[in-house]
Structure formats: C-alpha cells, structure tokens
Write a new protein. Structure first.
Length: 107
C-alpha cells in the first residue's frame, strides 16, 4: 500500500515546535491541517464512545472524526521537539493539546 504524504507537512519538519515559537508553529500546523480539512479537530474533541442511538450515517461521521482526530494529533506531536513530545505524548486529543498550549503560552 502506498502512502501519500502531504507535501505541506515539510514545513512542520523544518520548523519544530520548541515551546518558544508557538505562534509560528501554530500558523504552520494550521496550514497543514486546513489543507487536509482537519482544522476542526483543534476546536472540539470527539466523544470517547459512540452513543447507542446513532444512525449508520452518524456513526460513519463519528468514525471519520476519530480518524481525523488521530491524524491531526499525529501531525501535532510530529511537529514538536523531542522535549515537547514527551510532555504531550499521553494527551489523547489534538484539541486538548491545542487548549493546553494556548493556556500555557498565550496567557
């Protein structure tokens, strides 16, 4: 199976998030996530479990959200320095990482 890498992701590789360059890295991450239609994952976390009364279409949408969330989180973690990765490797959702960084670095 061949994997197609987003060519824009190279900006994440060349500009690792170190803790001091949050605004620049967020700008780069936003570009990459927007290009893959994943930007929404930074604002809200999906439910941990599917509610029992979901229709098949709603369940498919939730499955897509979980997949998109994982991809966005992986982009975020991969764009960090090793030290920052260690701090966030156990954080489950991209939105939680984003919220924590905003609170920590912008206020």
């Amino acid at each position: 199976m061949s994997s197609i890498k987003n060519p824009l992701a190279a900006i994440l590789d060349s500009n690792k998030f170190t803790g001091l360059n949050y605004q620049d890295c967020l700008r780069n991450l936003t570009i990459v996530l927007a290009s893959e239609k994943l930007l929404y994952t930074l604002e809200k976390t999906p439910p941990k479990k599917a509610p029992a009364n979901l229709s098949p279409k709603e369940l498919a949408n939730l499955d897509k959200w979980w997949d998109d969330e994982l991809k966005a989180r992986c982009y975020m973690i991969a764009s960090m320095s090793n030290e920052m990765r260690r701090r966030f490797e156990k954080t489950v959702y991209a939105a939680d990482i984003h919220l924590h960084l905003k609170e920590l670095l912008l206020e």
